[in-house]
Design a protein around this ligand. Structure first.
Ligand code: GTP
Ligand code: MG
Length: 249
């Protein structure tokens, strides 16, 4: 087992709550309502992971499994410009974009298969300048939620999700990479998925994800990130701002 790496979020409070940053070899689940900032944090991590360790990165590249077509290259450009503000040096946006490989998942089975493709790609890039150090699944649960409707399909869905998460955990272990997944919670009660404040996928996701982050909106661009039920860190909250040049304290 390799030493666990830490990926900085670029936010002091957020990093501190996580014991220094997002861990490699673990699954970190971000859950929250629409607009709570899950996709924004994911974009920022896709940028930060490429930085050298002294700037909080893992000198790596990233694979994004995009299930809702919410990846925005122009956000990466803005966030890379934001890095220049933070560190007072120039960065090449094109280089950053090159190191983000985005795969669209058309349904839940395809999404699961894409983890195998990601494993192959990461293996090819093992000795590259920037090996894959982060895999993002945004959203982990949207396809599952759309496809498995009705009580009779619940066990099936959980079994598939479980298999998917095991594949992702394996990816994190084999590549000493961070695994970040998003999961929407409903603002209104849902007939099939029960408690609106609980993430979709409930128990299984809950048991597999090592770090669970509950995001919620606050005033203006502020977001509250809560670390929930971590096995080795105290529960806590961090306030971040989602701004055009990226995440800020
Ligand atoms: P769902 O995927 O719908 O569940 O939501 P999410 O949690 O992924 O939300 P997302 O990360 O997409 O957050 C969207 C919010 O981020 C917007 O409502 C804005 O508040 C903020 N945001 C997105 N892009 C920008 C930007 O370019 N500049 C600024 N200042 N804020 C932005
Ligand atoms: Mg999103």
């Amino acid at each position: 087992r390799k030493l666990v790496g830490k990926l900085s979020t670029g936010c002091v409070e957020f990093d501190e709550m996580m014991g220094g940053g997002i861990d490699t070899q673990s699954i970190t689940e971000m859950y929250g309502e629409f607009g709570s900032g899950k996709t924004q944090v994911a974009h920022q991590l896709a940028v930060n992971v490429q930085l050298p360790q002294e700037q909080g990165g893992l000198n790596g590249s990233v694979i994004i499994i995009d299930t809702e077509n919410t990846f925005r290259p122009e956000r990466i450009e803005q966030m890379v410009a934001g890095l220049s503000e933070r560190f007072g040096m120039e960065y090449d946006y094109e280089e950053f974009l090159k190191n983000i490989r985005v795969a669209r998942a058309f349904n839940s089975n395809h999404q699961i298969l894409l983890v195998d493709s990601a494993l192959e790609l990461a293996n090819e890039l093992k000795d590259a300048e920037k090996p894959v150090k982060l895999i993002i699944v945004d959203s982990l649960t949207a396809h599952f939620r759309a496809e498995y409707i009705g009580r009779g399909t619940l066990a099936d869905r959980q079994q598939k999700l479980n298999k998917h998460l095991h594949g992702l955990q394996r990816f994190g272990d084999l590549n000493n990479a961070c695994v970040v997944v998003t999961n929407q919670v409903m603002s209104k009660p849902d007939a099939f998925f029960g408690d609106p404040t609980k993430p979709i996928g409930g128990h299984i996701v809950g048991h597999t994800a090592t770090f669970r982050l509950y995001l919620r909106k606050s005033k203006g661009d502020k977001r509250i990130v809560r670390l929930v039920d971590s096995p080795n860190l105290p529960d806590g909250e961090a306030i971040i701002s989602v701004t055009t040049p990226g995440l800020r304290d």
